[in-house]
Ligand binder design. Structure first.
Ligand SMILES: *Cc1c(COP(=O)(O)O)cnc(C)c1O
Length: 224
Protein backbone atom coordinates (compact mmCIF):
# COMPACT_ATOMS: atom_id res chain seq x y z
CA UNK A 1 0.00 0.00 0.00
CA UNK A 2 2.55 2.60 1.05
CA UNK A 3 5.05 1.34 -1.53
CA UNK A 4 2.48 2.20 -4.19
CA UNK A 5 1.98 5.65 -2.70
CA UNK A 6 5.70 6.22 -2.40
CA UNK A 7 6.28 5.15 -6.00
CA UNK A 8 3.52 7.48 -7.17
CA UNK A 9 5.20 10.36 -5.32
CA UNK A 10 8.59 9.54 -6.83
CA UNK A 11 7.07 9.37 -10.31
CA UNK A 12 5.30 12.71 -9.83
CA UNK A 13 8.57 14.29 -8.72
CA UNK A 14 10.30 12.88 -11.80
CA UNK A 15 7.59 14.32 -14.05
CA UNK A 16 7.92 17.73 -12.39
CA UNK A 17 11.73 17.75 -12.62
CA UNK A 18 11.58 16.65 -16.27
CA UNK A 19 9.11 19.32 -17.25
CA UNK A 20 11.41 21.97 -15.70
CA UNK A 21 14.24 20.97 -17.99
CA UNK A 22 12.45 19.66 -21.05
CA UNK A 23 13.19 15.96 -20.54
CA UNK A 24 10.92 12.99 -21.19
CA UNK A 25 10.02 11.29 -17.88
CA UNK A 26 9.98 7.94 -19.69
CA UNK A 27 13.76 8.30 -20.00
CA UNK A 28 14.19 7.95 -16.22
CA UNK A 29 14.18 4.43 -14.77
CA UNK A 30 13.30 3.98 -11.10
CA UNK A 31 15.72 1.33 -9.85
CA UNK A 32 14.40 0.21 -6.46
CA UNK A 33 17.24 -0.24 -3.99
CA UNK A 34 16.24 -3.28 -1.97
CA UNK A 35 19.07 -3.69 0.52
CA UNK A 36 17.71 -4.61 3.99
CA UNK A 37 14.26 -5.27 2.43
CA UNK A 38 12.61 -8.68 2.57
CA UNK A 39 11.64 -10.71 -0.49
CA UNK A 40 7.97 -9.98 0.37
CA UNK A 41 8.58 -6.24 0.31
CA UNK A 42 10.44 -6.59 -2.98
CA UNK A 43 7.63 -8.62 -4.52
CA UNK A 44 5.15 -5.96 -3.39
CA UNK A 45 7.27 -3.32 -5.16
CA UNK A 46 7.25 -5.47 -8.30
CA UNK A 47 3.45 -5.69 -8.11
CA UNK A 48 3.42 -1.88 -7.95
CA UNK A 49 5.32 -1.69 -11.23
CA UNK A 50 9.00 -1.88 -10.30
CA UNK A 51 10.95 -3.69 -13.05
CA UNK A 52 14.52 -3.25 -11.80
CA UNK A 53 16.00 -3.75 -8.35
CA UNK A 54 19.45 -2.99 -6.96
CA UNK A 55 21.40 -4.69 -4.20
CA UNK A 56 24.80 -3.62 -2.99
CA UNK A 57 25.95 -6.88 -1.43
CA UNK A 58 26.35 -10.21 -3.17
CA UNK A 59 25.52 -12.25 -0.08
CA UNK A 60 22.26 -10.41 0.46
CA UNK A 61 21.29 -10.72 -3.19
CA UNK A 62 21.86 -14.47 -3.11
CA UNK A 63 19.88 -14.90 0.11
CA UNK A 64 16.77 -13.37 -1.50
CA UNK A 65 17.20 -14.36 -5.11
CA UNK A 66 15.04 -17.50 -5.12
CA UNK A 67 12.17 -15.86 -3.24
CA UNK A 68 11.86 -12.83 -5.48
CA UNK A 69 9.54 -12.80 -8.50
CA UNK A 70 11.53 -13.90 -11.56
CA UNK A 71 9.98 -11.13 -13.59
CA UNK A 72 12.51 -8.47 -12.54
CA UNK A 73 16.02 -7.38 -13.45
CA UNK A 74 18.69 -7.41 -10.73
CA UNK A 75 21.45 -4.81 -10.59
CA UNK A 76 24.59 -4.70 -8.45
CA UNK A 77 25.08 -1.13 -7.26
CA UNK A 78 27.66 -1.46 -4.48
CA UNK A 79 31.36 -2.21 -4.34
CA UNK A 80 31.92 -5.63 -5.89
CA UNK A 81 34.85 -7.80 -4.90
CA UNK A 82 36.50 -9.64 -7.76
CA UNK A 83 36.14 -13.01 -6.05
CA UNK A 84 32.35 -12.59 -5.79
CA UNK A 85 31.69 -12.03 -9.50
CA UNK A 86 31.25 -15.75 -10.14
CA UNK A 87 28.22 -15.90 -7.84
CA UNK A 88 26.20 -13.24 -9.61
CA UNK A 89 27.33 -13.27 -13.27
CA UNK A 90 24.33 -15.36 -14.35
CA UNK A 91 21.85 -13.48 -12.15
CA UNK A 92 22.27 -9.77 -12.74
CA UNK A 93 21.46 -7.58 -15.73
CA UNK A 94 23.79 -4.73 -14.94
CA UNK A 95 26.74 -3.95 -12.67
CA UNK A 96 26.87 -0.24 -11.78
CA UNK A 97 30.02 -0.27 -9.69
CA UNK A 98 32.90 -1.14 -12.01
CA UNK A 99 35.86 0.98 -10.97
CA UNK A 100 38.93 -1.07 -11.80
CA UNK A 101 40.44 -2.98 -14.68
CA UNK A 102 40.81 -6.05 -12.49
CA UNK A 103 37.06 -6.14 -11.80
CA UNK A 104 36.15 -5.55 -15.46
CA UNK A 105 38.51 -8.36 -16.48
CA UNK A 106 36.93 -10.79 -14.05
CA UNK A 107 33.38 -9.90 -15.17
CA UNK A 108 34.49 -10.39 -18.77
CA UNK A 109 36.08 -13.74 -17.98
CA UNK A 110 33.10 -15.09 -16.01
CA UNK A 111 30.59 -13.89 -18.59
CA UNK A 112 32.62 -15.42 -21.42
CA UNK A 113 32.40 -18.78 -19.65
CA UNK A 114 28.60 -18.62 -19.55
CA UNK A 115 28.14 -17.02 -22.97
CA UNK A 116 26.79 -13.70 -21.73
CA UNK A 117 27.52 -10.05 -22.41
CA UNK A 118 27.17 -8.03 -19.19
CA UNK A 119 26.03 -4.42 -19.21
CA UNK A 120 28.24 -2.38 -16.90
CA UNK A 121 28.55 1.20 -15.72
CA UNK A 122 31.81 2.81 -14.70
CA UNK A 123 31.57 4.19 -11.16
CA UNK A 124 33.05 7.65 -10.87
CA UNK A 125 34.34 8.98 -7.56
CA UNK A 126 32.62 12.22 -6.60
CA UNK A 127 34.19 13.16 -3.30
CA UNK A 128 37.00 12.45 -0.89
CA UNK A 129 34.84 10.81 1.77
CA UNK A 130 33.66 8.11 -0.65
CA UNK A 131 36.42 5.68 -1.47
CA UNK A 132 34.57 3.83 -4.23
CA UNK A 133 34.73 4.85 -7.85
CA UNK A 134 37.50 5.81 -10.19
CA UNK A 135 38.90 9.30 -10.55
CA UNK A 136 37.20 11.03 -13.54
CA UNK A 137 40.56 11.70 -15.20
CA UNK A 138 41.42 7.99 -15.05
CA UNK A 139 38.09 6.84 -16.45
CA UNK A 140 39.13 7.38 -20.06
CA UNK A 141 41.97 4.88 -19.97
CA UNK A 142 39.84 2.27 -18.19
CA UNK A 143 37.01 2.69 -20.69
CA UNK A 144 39.33 2.53 -23.67
CA UNK A 145 40.81 -0.75 -22.43
CA UNK A 146 37.49 -2.33 -21.46
CA UNK A 147 35.93 -1.32 -24.80
CA UNK A 148 37.98 -4.10 -26.34
CA UNK A 149 36.43 -6.81 -24.12
CA UNK A 150 33.91 -9.14 -25.79
CA UNK A 151 31.73 -10.03 -22.81
CA UNK A 152 31.12 -6.68 -21.16
CA UNK A 153 29.46 -3.66 -22.67
CA UNK A 154 29.89 -0.23 -21.11
CA UNK A 155 26.50 1.49 -21.08
CA UNK A 156 27.31 4.61 -19.06
CA UNK A 157 28.42 6.02 -15.71
CA UNK A 158 27.35 5.84 -12.09
CA UNK A 159 28.14 7.99 -9.08
CA UNK A 160 27.20 8.54 -5.45
CA UNK A 161 27.03 12.11 -4.22
CA UNK A 162 28.68 12.88 -0.88
CA UNK A 163 26.19 12.08 1.92
CA UNK A 164 25.90 15.53 3.42
CA UNK A 165 26.20 17.51 0.22
CA UNK A 166 24.36 20.81 -0.04
CA UNK A 167 22.29 21.70 -3.10
CA UNK A 168 25.19 23.42 -4.82
CA UNK A 169 27.51 20.44 -4.36
CA UNK A 170 24.86 18.03 -5.62
CA UNK A 171 24.40 20.11 -8.72
CA UNK A 172 28.15 20.18 -9.28
CA UNK A 173 28.50 16.40 -8.82
CA UNK A 174 25.55 15.43 -11.01
CA UNK A 175 26.13 17.90 -13.81
CA UNK A 176 29.82 16.95 -13.63
CA UNK A 177 28.92 13.31 -14.29
CA UNK A 178 26.69 14.37 -17.16
CA UNK A 179 29.48 16.45 -18.69
CA UNK A 180 31.95 13.60 -18.27
CA UNK A 181 29.57 11.31 -20.17
CA UNK A 182 29.40 13.86 -22.98
CA UNK A 183 33.20 14.11 -23.09
CA UNK A 184 33.58 10.32 -23.12
CA UNK A 185 30.95 9.99 -25.87
CA UNK A 186 32.97 12.39 -27.99
CA UNK A 187 35.89 9.91 -27.93
CA UNK A 188 33.72 7.44 -29.86
CA UNK A 189 35.21 4.35 -28.27
CA UNK A 190 34.06 1.17 -29.99
CA UNK A 191 31.34 -0.74 -28.20
CA UNK A 192 30.83 1.99 -25.55
CA UNK A 193 27.66 3.97 -25.06
CA UNK A 194 26.93 6.69 -22.51
CA UNK A 195 23.15 6.30 -22.56
CA UNK A 196 22.88 5.41 -18.86
CA UNK A 197 23.62 7.85 -16.04
CA UNK A 198 22.92 6.16 -12.71
CA UNK A 199 22.75 8.90 -10.10
CA UNK A 200 20.41 10.11 -7.37
CA UNK A 201 19.15 8.37 -4.23
CA UNK A 202 16.17 9.10 -1.94
CA UNK A 203 17.44 12.49 -0.82
CA UNK A 204 18.81 13.81 -4.08
CA UNK A 205 17.12 12.16 -7.05
CA UNK A 206 15.23 15.31 -8.10
CA UNK A 207 18.49 17.20 -8.54
CA UNK A 208 19.94 14.17 -10.35
CA UNK A 209 17.02 14.09 -12.81
CA UNK A 210 17.45 17.81 -13.47
CA UNK A 211 21.09 17.07 -14.31
CA UNK A 212 20.34 14.21 -16.70
CA UNK A 213 20.00 11.01 -14.64
CA UNK A 214 18.49 8.13 -16.62
CA UNK A 215 18.53 5.70 -13.67
CA UNK A 216 17.70 6.87 -10.16
CA UNK A 217 18.29 4.64 -7.14
CA UNK A 218 15.81 5.33 -4.33
CA UNK A 219 15.68 2.97 -1.34
CA UNK A 220 14.13 4.63 1.73
CA UNK A 221 11.88 6.92 -0.31
CA UNK A 222 10.22 3.85 -1.79
CA UNK A 223 10.06 1.45 1.16
CA UNK A 224 9.64 3.68 4.22
C1 LIG B 1 21.64 2.38 -0.30
C2 LIG B 1 21.96 2.87 -1.65
C3 LIG B 1 21.05 3.64 -2.37
C4 LIG B 1 19.70 4.06 -1.82
O1 LIG B 1 19.83 4.90 -0.72
P1 LIG B 1 18.51 5.57 -0.07
O2 LIG B 1 19.07 6.72 0.68
O3 LIG B 1 17.87 4.55 0.77
O4 LIG B 1 17.66 6.00 -1.21
C5 LIG B 1 21.39 4.04 -3.66
N1 LIG B 1 22.58 3.72 -4.21
C6 LIG B 1 23.50 2.99 -3.54
C7 LIG B 1 24.79 2.67 -4.20
C8 LIG B 1 23.22 2.54 -2.25
O5 LIG B 1 24.13 1.82 -1.59
Amino acid sequence: MSIKKNLDTIKQNIVAACSECGRNPDDVLVLAVTKTRTAEEINEAIRCGITDIGENRVQELLSKYDDVDKNVRWHIIGHLQTNKVKYIADKVSMIHSVDSLKLAEEINRRCASIGKVMDILIEINSGEENKDGIDPAKAYELIETVSGFSNVRIRGLMTMAPIFADQETLKKVFSGLYQLSVDISAKKYDNVSMECLSMGMSGDYVEAVRSGATIIRPGRALFN
